[in-house]
Ligand binder design. Structure first.
Ligand SMILES: *[C@@H]1O[C@H](CO)[C@@H](O)[C@H](O)[C@H]1NC(C)=O
Ligand SMILES: *[C@@H]1O[C@H](CO)[C@@H](O)[C@H](O)[C@H]1NC(C)=O
Ligand SMILES: *[C@@H]1O[C@H](CO)[C@@H](O)[C@H](O)[C@H]1NC(C)=O
Ligand SMILES: CC(=O)N[C@H]1CO[C@H](CO)[C@@H](O)[C@@H]1O
Length: 637
């Protein structure tokens, strides 16, 4: 949501003041020659000997002498009711301790990190999207899974008491943010917090007519309040300027560099422990390419600082576009290695944090996904980049139950960061393939006799040390399975407990495989048949079309092909140049999605069928991705 009218008004006011300092402006400090009083509604608050600032309220104006500081500090400290560390008085020094740390040692301590995504950053409220309100227990789940760091993104836009000119953040919201950060700090986690969707809600420098001066003064006002609230927290807390600020040109990139400068100056000016806190700067867009092209560090920075960037590449695999369900060829790996090396080589001496990356368990094939996580983890480990996995609440931690939905990916990250090699199920990597295999599954089709089942395996120097079923039974090597240098074979006698020509369809067992080093892995045993639609509802333009389905096996759609009966592609004609598994395939989320009970064609897809003016055949394809494991649905609108 844009508020261009309001911010324009803020600028007019800003420029109109001369004798008094503006909202959040400086009003005192050593060698300060400017105004020492504030505009109406603000008072001049002592921050440190170099800086006093106009903050909202009617508190008595504090003189900027050392003597006043000592007095007010003492009285504030003595009247504090709790001894909780890291609290602050409005005008005084901090209680608690702060252990200064260099940015490189900070980054080296982060271990594997997790994002509390779609919570405090959700809009308008914490529970408006897909997650329950944050409770302490969430951080216990995070600690017990082995994470050392949480990134807590926060959107402030919808939590203001007043907008222009003072942008006062609601006190309850600021308190809520502090409380959640305290939950994590109390568990000795490293914590990173930021301004999150503010980046596109009001701080978008690419928006037409964007008033840059107004955006920047608001950015300063918001950071000043956040940093003031958190200025006494331990050195485990780090501030990140802003999440993924939109930028499409070098000029935008230069503006984001100014944001970093404003952020640095505003945070330092709040005093407390903030002039020593680790700060994280960002480049326009925050992806590796734009960051290397445009990022320039702010000047006069005395704080330790790191550079944060994000990675969601390749787009088609990560976001389920155009039938890209495989990953892990030599080319795929080389591309990823190069993308990270370019960032590292542009910033040889700068501590780097990968603040977001992820491939979703919701729509990707596990063997391909695990290869992606493993190559990412080993690459960034070799480049000393700290990883913080994105989690919107649907991908990794179920925040209600504490269940990690893809524990293998997390184990892969942790083991690779610890310098171990991971053993992985092999899978198809050739982009010209016509079928896709995956050793993350043992399949048996209804009607087929069970036989020994060989899974090609990438041991990566490790040996298989044990296999257990999800009911806890240990398998017997040589009886239930045998291993070779590049494969594991499960025997017919073992598999016959679960599978057979007339066994009902569905997931029958999960096997946990452990190795001499590295992460554990998982093989799911599935009896399958071609899925079937339970009904074929009539499409209604203006609505998504949901088709109930019996998956008859794994509840995962691999891809959807959309072609008119005369061969015309519904979308993206150029996909004819891709491999046979990708031609005419449409894109997850924007054009279709699915859950355990239905597949859904988005309204945008129905509209495209209508404007094409021809019957379109949708071919829904499933795993195993072999000929015939698909169902067709033809739509005329
Ligand atoms: C913020 O500005 C508005 C509009 O000028 C004003 O009504 C309000 O009292 C101000 N709030 C504070 C806390 O200064
Ligand atoms: C820096 O990044 C650019 C891409 O933005 C890349 O072309 C260049 O090779 C990188 N420099 C180094 C030393 O890797
Ligand atoms: C195996 O694990 C998958 C993924 O967590 C789950 O959906 C499935 O129900 C499990 N199968 C069994 C038999 O527990
Ligand atoms: C940069 C500058 O002018 N610094 C002066 C600030 O004021 C002190 C006295 O309070 C001087 O000693 C500095 O030279």
């Amino acid at each position: 949501m844009k508020r261009n009218v309001a911010v324009a008004f803020a600028v007019a006011l800003w420029q109109g003041v001369a004798a008094q300092s503006p909202a959040y402006g400086q009003c005192g400090g050593n060698n300060w020659t400017g105004p020492t009083t504030c505009v109406s509604g603000y008072y001049c608050q002592f921050q440190n000997e170099w800086y006093s600032q106009c903050v909202p309220g009617t508190g008595s104006t504090t003189s900027s002498t050392r003597t006043t500081l000592s007095t007010s500090t003492t009285s504030a400290t003595s009247t504090r009711t709790s001894s909780q560390p890291g609290t602050t008085s409005t005008s005084g020094a901090c209680t608690g301790t702060f252990t200064p740390v260099s940015a490189s040692s900070y980054v080296a301590s982060l271990g594997v990190g997790w994002n509390l995504g779609n919570s405090l950053d959700a809009t308008p409220n914490e529970d408006s999207w897909n997650n329950p309100p944050v409770v302490e227990g969430v951080f216990d789940y995070v600690v017990s899974e082995g994470f050392k760091t949480v990134r807590i993104p926060v959107t402030y836009t919808h939590h203001l008491d007043s907008e222009s000119p003072n942008w006062t953040i609601n006190a309850n919201w600021l308190q809520r943010v502090e409380n959640v950060i305290d939950m994590a700090l109390a568990r000795n986690l490293y914590v990173i917090t930021n301004l999150h969707h503010d980046s596109w809600e009001w701080a978008d420098v690419t928006a037409s007519g964007a008033d840059i001066t107004a955006i920047q003064s608001r950015f300063k006002a918001v950071w000043t309040q956040v940093a003031t609230k958190l200025r006494c927290k331990s050195s485990r807390l780090s501030f990140e300027a802003i999440n993924e600020p939109p930028a499409t040109t070098a000029a935008h990139g230069a503006l984001i560099n100014q944001f970093n400068q404003i952020f640095n100056d505003a945070v330092v000016a709040t005093g407390g422990f903030n002039p020593q806190r680790v700060l994280q700067f960002v480049g326009g867009g925050m992806d590796g390419t734009k960051t290397t092209q445009w990022f320039q560090a702010p000047s006069g920075v005395n704080n330790p600082w790191a550079l944060q960037f994000h990675y969601y590449s390749p787009y088609d695999f990560v976001f389920g576009a155009w039938g890209k369900t495989i990953w892990g060829s030599t080319d795929d790996k080389t591309t990823m290695t190069n993308e990270f090396s370019i960032v590292r080589n542009n910033f040889t001496n700068i501590p780097l944090i990968l603040g977001e990356f992820d491939v979703s368990v919701v729509h990707t094939e596990p063997a391909a996904r695990w290869k992606w996580f493993d190559h990412l983890a080993t690459t960034i480990k070799s480049l000393s980049i700290a990883p913080i996995v994105w989690d919107n609440g649907l991908d990794h931690l179920d925040r209600n139950t504490g269940i990690w939905r893809d524990p293998v990916s997390i184990a892969i990250l942790k083991a690779a960061l610890a310098g171990q090699k991971n053993s992985l199920p092999d899978s198809t990597t050739d982009a010209s393939a016509t079928t896709q295999s995956s050793s993350a599954f043992i399949w048996n089709k209804v009607g087929s006799e069970v036989a020994d089942y060989k899974l090609p395996w990438l041991f990566n120097g490790n040996t298989l040390t044990g296999v257990k079923t999800n009911s806890g039974k240990a398998l017997s090597s040589g009886v239930d399975y045998t291993t070779a240098s590049d494969s594991i074979t499960f025997t017919k006698s073992f598999l016959s407990q679960y599978l057979g020509p007339s066994v009902s369809t569905g997931s029958k067992a999960n096997l946990t495989l452990t190795f001499s080093a590295g992460a554990f892995s998982n093989v799911e045993i599935i009896q399958w048949n071609t899925p079937a639609f339970l009904s074929t509802p009539s499409p209604v333009l203006g609505q998504d079309l949901s088709i109930p389905i019996n998956y008859n096996g794994l509840k995962l759609v691999a891809a959807v092909r959309a072609k008119a009966t005369d061969g015309t592609y519904l979308f993206d004609d150029w996909t004819q140049w891709l491999g046979p598994l990708q031609q005419a395939r449409i894109t997850y989320n924007g054009q279709f999605f699915f859950d355990g009970a239905q597949v859904v064609l988005k309204d945008a897809t129905l509209q495209a069928v209508k404007s094409l003016g021809k019957p379109v055949e949708f071919l829904f394809e499933f795993y195993p991705r072999v000929d015939g494991n698909s169902i067709s649905y033809t739509l005329t609108l």
